[in-house]
Design a protein around this ligand. Structure first.
Ligand SMILES: Nc1ncnc2c1ncn2[C@@H]1O[C@@H]2COP(=O)(O)O[C@H]2[C@H]1O
Length: 579
């Protein structure tokens, strides 16, 4: 039977599963297994006819034990209960050893010619009882149990019992080792967790952390353990290839991710790209996940728990976020007050979040611009809540053609956003007039900002257009003005332009100047060229200044230097092509 199965058992050839019956037959017949199986099938039983029943004749059947070991090996790899399986295998081996030892004892003590003292009255009439007597003697010898019956008498007894004792000792040590490893495997997770907690406790007591904070840390650990969050997913999955890890992560987090608006109806690849970049984080009750005005470096997706988006007074709740919500995207998309948080978010109870870094999000959004539009559309809605009066004035209409698109229908006054500086809140710029360009769908709109030097600083902006304006450029243009840094940036008196979609990652070449601008629709080629020339002029000037800085001293300058350089290159190329 087994040989027949072997003839039809598929095998892997250079990683490809072979199922062709002829190939399978050839393959099996060329292996050692085939010869071992044939040896086992030798019809030695016919010898019974001449020599009578002798069980030793069946010894060749034992060679098939390799199949049993293969079975154990495979089952151990496949089972979900490896410890239980190992325990069963160990008991199985033990029973087999006791049995063989009992058989040996029976043989030795029923053959008087072997010189063993007759301590058992094996009565061949009741072979069942004889077997159990031998088994009992075997077990007591191998488990080192005191048994007066086993006291040696003859020389042969002494030799045999000494060997038995040595074997019993080895067996005992092996069993103990196995049991210890099974037990320690069972409590490994607990021990690891306890070790980490102990380390943190020791640290806190060494550093004299206040007891209320210490309490919070311990309660956080408690929740971590109770919610089975103590397993480090990344460490566990680190051995797997990227694709498999992504599949597991998607499966594990599917319920949460399905509820997240930006993940609904998106390409499967987007989820794949993102899911392995999500890092689980846990916050305690009352923790601020982010505070208004901070620089945003990551966004969060709520896996479990409840969070409040707080108003400026830190008392009024602007919105409640639950599983499937996300937050923190506005600052990393530079949509609100530049890269600053527009609101504080506080955890109500324990919150189980996924954290996504700015770099990772930008990297993924580069490939999936539709998701960016979705994100920005929702962000605009959220911003509306903060700046209701402002948005009411803008009176944006949602586009019917695409989600995330907003339509500007008339001349609208627009107050420039404000930003916090070291010395407090200040208005950075005010946009005076904006016209939104009508561009062909395939080409990118170019917005130009022209300084209005003679106008007062905090003058409202009016925005007029009968064309479509995507939420992204609008929001981005807001960030252009709001991310200005008056302490670092010189005032410039020329036009600057920013192509919103050519550079999605970072608004390179953003006009970081704090003055009044008008947003002008450039529909003629020469106008565009002059805008580009102006920006090039500004960027060159700024680059020169930045080169004078000690870039290694200040990463902020360094970033800006690199951004400016890249933007300048793009524009120079654009200008060159234009010519
Ligand atoms: N009204 C709101 N409703 C829901 N979420 C908001 C609201 N206002 C702000 N947020 C979120 O709170 C986050 C605070 O940090 P960000 O400004 O980066 O991004 C913000 C939004 O994601």
């Amino acid at each position: 039977m087994d040989i027949m199965f072997n003839f039809r058992t598929a095998y892997l050839e250079e990683g490809v599963l072979q199922t062709d019956p002829i190939k399978l037959r050839h393959y099996y017949m060329n292996t050692t297994r085939f010869y071992i199986d044939c040896l086992c099938l030798m019809p030695l039983d016919f010898l019974y006819l001449s020599i009578g029943f002798k069980s030793i004749v069946r010894i060749f059947r034992l060679v098939k034990i390799y199949r049993f070991w293969t079975f154990l090996d495979r089952t151990e790899r496949h089972t979900n209960y490896p410890n239980l399986f190992r325990t069963i295998v160990m008991i199985h081996y033990l029973l087999a050893i006791f049995h063989w030892n009992a058989c040996l004892i029976y043989i030795l003590h029923t053959r008087s010619e072997l010189g063993f003292s007759k301590r058992f009255s094996f009565s061949f009439s009741d072979s069942g009882l004889d077997y159990f007597k031998a088994l009992y003697w075997s077990i007591s010898a191998l488990t080192l149990a005191q048994n007066y019956e086993t006291k040696p008498v003859s020389k042969e007894d002494y030799i045999f019992l000494s060997i038995e004792l040595i074997f019993a000792l080895l067996l005992f040590a092996t069993i103990m080792g196995h049991v210890a490893s099974i037990v320690s495997n069972l409590s490994n997770a607990r021990k690891d967790f306890q070790a980490k907690l102990d380390a943190v406790k020791t640290y806190m007591s060494l550093r004299r952390v206040p007891s209320n904070l210490e309490d919070r840390v311990i309660r956080w650990f408690d929740y971590l353990w109770m919610s089975h969050k103590s397993v480090d997913d990344n460490q566990v999955l680190s051995l797997l290839p990227y694709k498999l890890r992504a599949e597991i992560a998607i499966h594990v987090h599917l319920d949460t991710l399905k509820r997240v608006e930006i993940f609904q109806n998106t390409e499967a690849g987007f989820l794949n790209e993102l899911v392995l970049r999500l890092k689980p984080v846990l916050f305690s009750p009352g923790d601020f996940i982010c505070r208004k005005g901070e620089v945003g470096k990551e966004m969060y997706i709520v896996n479990r728990g409840k969070l409040h988006v707080m108003a400026d007074n830190n008392k009024t709740v602007l919105a409640t976020l639950k599983a499937g919500s996300y937050f923190g995207e506005i600052s990393i998309l530079n949509m609100g007050s530049g890269n600053r948080r527009t609101a504080s978010v506080r955890s109500v109870g324990y919150s189980d979040l996924f954290c996504l870094s700015k770099e990772d999000l930008w990297e993924v959004l580069k490939e999936y611009p539709a998701v960016r539009v979705k994100l920005e559309a929702i962000a605009v809605k959220r911003l509306e809540k903060h700046k209701k009066p402002l948005i009411q004035q803008i009176n944006l209409k949602r586009s019917k053609s695409a989600p995330g698109l907003v339509e500007a229908s008339c001349r609208l006054p627009f107050h420039a956003p404000i930003r916090r500086t070291g010395s407090g809140v200040r208005h950075l710029s005010t946009i005076e007039e904006a016209e939104i360009p009508v561009d062909t769908p395939t080409t990118l709109p170019i917005y130009s900002f022209e300084p209005q030097q003679n106008q007062p600083q905090h003058q409202p902006l009016s925005l007029s257009s009968n064309s479509l304006l995507t939420a992204a450029p609008l929001a981005s243009s807001i960030s252009v003005t709001s991310s200005l840094n008056s302490t670092r940036q010189p005032t410039i008196n020329h036009s600057v332009s920013w192509s919103t979609t050519t550079d999605t990652k970072s608004p390179v070449g953003l006009p970081r100047v704090g003055r009044t601008y008008s947003l002008i629709h450039s529909d003629t080629r020469s106008r565009k060229n002059s805008i580009i020339s102006n920006e090039i002029e500004y960027l060159r000037k700024r680059l020169g200044e930045l080169e004078k800085q000690d870039l290694s001293l200040n990463s902020m300058y360094k970033d800006e230097y690199l951004e400016t350089k890249a933007r300048l290159k793009t524009l120079e190329e654009k200008q060159f092509i234009g010519k």
